[in-house]
Design a protein. Structure first.
Length: 609
């Protein structure tokens, strides 16, 4: 028994080499600081542990338990890692949903405020500034929406939903008084209920489209009276849903608004960079420069007398022609044409001529008239594919402009710069470099040099000046033409009047122009617009043949003609230290106003046999 006991006791003693293979000893062996000093202390703790085998029988159980614990702990960590990966994936998917939904709703936000803006633009510009303010507010709230969506989905959606839909309550309550009660109801619904709906929408982004369209329908239905007024003016039956009325004309109105904004930007650019007016131009009339009213050749209140005509029924289009502040005789010609609609780009629109009760109007100088316009489209031409009626108003007009230039001698200029006195003390009064033009749907500017007065050196043989003449279509910009779009169809003749001794030395690319090139110098007797004196004025007649080089630029709204004038330096001042010379331009042009009226024809019901 003792031998067996010794063997049993010796058996565990053989395992100590395996016991040191615990994580502690191997961890000390690869330590980089002192690999040589470690071998001596390492065997010493192993030697004394071998002669005490008695307490070792219980060692296998703790070692086995620790192994199980470590294995369980490793398995737990692996499971936790899988859960974290799964949660990260779920969070990423949720984040993707939020991001895609946010992007969609931001686009919907832009479409919503543009749609409302265009709908308001279709009725009037009375609240243009207010709507522009709310447009900026919508953009600001859209940014807040995007920021809040980065937070917790519940918090972000609640804040963004309330922030986004709150302005609708103000819009409906303030600008549509007949719909105040409906606006309050809609506001409360959106304030309390919408956050929960939007949370559901965030989980199902595709539903956003239908929910957004539902909101659009609600908004349009709340200002039905305004839209019905629009429908009536457009010839659409009044029982048409309000949102359909607006969407039917969405592209037309948006196109007109973009054109309007483009005209504004073009006008700003032309007035600052291209417009040849010095610092601008003033509208005046006559030598006394008495300010007059703008020319008002306009077509207004054009509409269909039948809101929705039936097939085969005569169509009557009415309107009003106004013409005021005419300082010259004027002839106005009008045409009325109907057009059919086609979805096939290869099929041309069918043009149907209408009958005008009065197609021509002849006005005397300084006349003020208001005439009714009636256009009838025969019933046999009124079919289901009927689209619109266009009334075109054409007239020939003349607009004049002038620019006064002050010239000063070189020696006096040095004295002025030295003494620092006002230019008026030396007789210089025209320092603005601003052209002054008469009435008309176009503005004409002249520019020579920005710095006035212009210095003259008598020691030189001649003085040359660049002269730019700009013709700008300001009819729509200044509201002169009423309802429709105005264009300069052609410039037929240009008269350039220069104070002697100045002469026209270049027009466009034509140096020293002659009559063979369509530019000729004429006497004052051949100048039809006002009296002039051949002793003090040079008159140049620029024909349509020479002006056709700019024909392709008429539609852009403005164009600039480059010229050059020259004079002998010793004749500019004469015996005076300061001299004033006037340059004037008279433009004869054809102008056209096109007014469109959309017509929705009701299909004739087939009679049952």
């Amino acid at each position: 028994m003792g031998a067996l006991d010794d063997k049993k006791k010796a058996a565990p003693a053989a395992k100590p080499p395996a016991a040191p293979v615990t994580p502690a000893p191997p961890a000390q062996t690869p330590a980089p600081p002192a690999p040589v000093a470690e071998p001596e202390p390492a065997p010493q703790p192993v030697q004394p542990s071998q002669p005490e085998p008695a307490p070792q029988p219980v060692v296998p159980q703790p070692v086995h338990f620790v192994s199980k614990f470590m294995a369980a702990r490793a398995a737990s960590r692996a499971a936790t890692t899988k859960v974290e990966v799964k949660n990260t994936s779920e969070v990423k998917n949720t984040s993707d949903k939020e991001t895609s939904t946010t992007v969609f709703w931001l686009l919907a936000l832009a479409l919503l405020f543009f749609d409302i803006f265009f709908g308001r633009y279709a009725t009037s510009f009375a609240n243009f500034s207010v709507w522009f303010f709310f447009s900026l507010l919508y953009v600001f709230l859209g940014i807040i929406w995007w920021v809040t969506m980065k937070k917790d989905i519940k918090e972000g959606i609640k804040i963004s939903a309330i922030g986004f839909f709150w302005p609708l309550l103000a819009l409906l309550g303030d600008f549509f008084p007949n719909s105040k009660a409906a606006g309050l109801v809609l506001g409360f619904i959106m304030y309390f209920v919408h956050p929960y709906i939007l949370r559901f929408v965030a989980e199902n982004p595709r539903i956003s489209l239908f929910y957004f369209l539902f909101i659009i329908v609600c908004i349009y239905s709340f200002y039905l009276e305004d839209v019905q007024a629009l429908a009536e003016s457009r010839g659409i039956r009044l029982n048409t849903p309000s949102f359909k009325v607006v969407f039917l004309h969405y592209w037309e109105k948006s196109g007109e608004l973009m054109a309007f904004m483009g005209q504004q930007l073009m006008s700003i650019y032309s007035n600052t960079m291209m417009l040849a007016t010095g610092e601008g131009m003033d509208r005046v009339e006559g030598e006394e420069e008495e300010t007059v009213m703008d020319l008002g050749v306009a077509i207004r209140d054009v509409k269909s007398e039948i809101s929705r005509p039936k097939e085969g029924e005569d169509l009557l289009i009415t309107g009003t022609l106004e013409a005021t502040t005419i300082d010259l005789p004027l002839a106005i010609a009008m045409t009325c044409t109907a057009f059919t609609e086609t979805d096939d780009s290869t099929v041309a629109e069918r043009e149907i001529p209408g009958t005008l009760e009065d197609a021509e109007f002849n006005l005397e100088a300084e006349d003020d008239v208001q005439e009714s316009v009636e256009c009838i489209i025969p019933g046999e031409d009124v079919a289901e594919d009927f689209d619109r009626v266009e009334i075109e108003t054409k007239f020939a007009f003349t607009t004049t402009t002038s620019l006064k230039n002050d010239f000063i001698g070189k020696q006096l200029e040095r004295q002025v710069n030295k003494e620092k006195k006002p230019l008026s003390d030396y007789g210089v009064v025209n320092t603005r470099g601003k052209a002054e033009f008469s009435s008309g749907p176009v503005g004409i500017g002249i520019k020579t040099k920005d710095a006035q007065p212009i210095s003259v050196d008598p020691a030189k043989s001649s003085l040359g000046l660049p002269m730019q003449v700009t013709i700008e279509n300001i009819g729509a910009q200044r509201g002169l033409i009423g309802q429709g779009k105005g264009v300069v169809e052609s410039v037929n003749r240009l008269y350039v009047l220069l104070s002697k001794p100045f002469a026209l030395s270049r027009f466009s690319t034509i140096q020293n122009p002659t009559s063979s090139e369509g530019i000729s110098q004429v006497n004052c007797d051949s100048f039809p617009h006002q009296e002039c004196n051949d002793d003090v004025t040079n008159v140049y007649d620029i024909s349509k043949a020479a002006l056709d080089v700019y024909e392709g630029e008429y539609e852009q709204g403005f164009f600039t003609m480059n010229m050059r004038v020259e004079a002998p330096a010793d004749q500019i001042l004469g015996s005076d230290p300061v001299a004033t010379h006037t340059f004037a331009v008279f433009a004869e042009y054809d102008y056209a106003i096109t007014t469109k009226v959309s017509v929705d024809v009701e299909k004739k019901k087939e009679e049952k046999v």
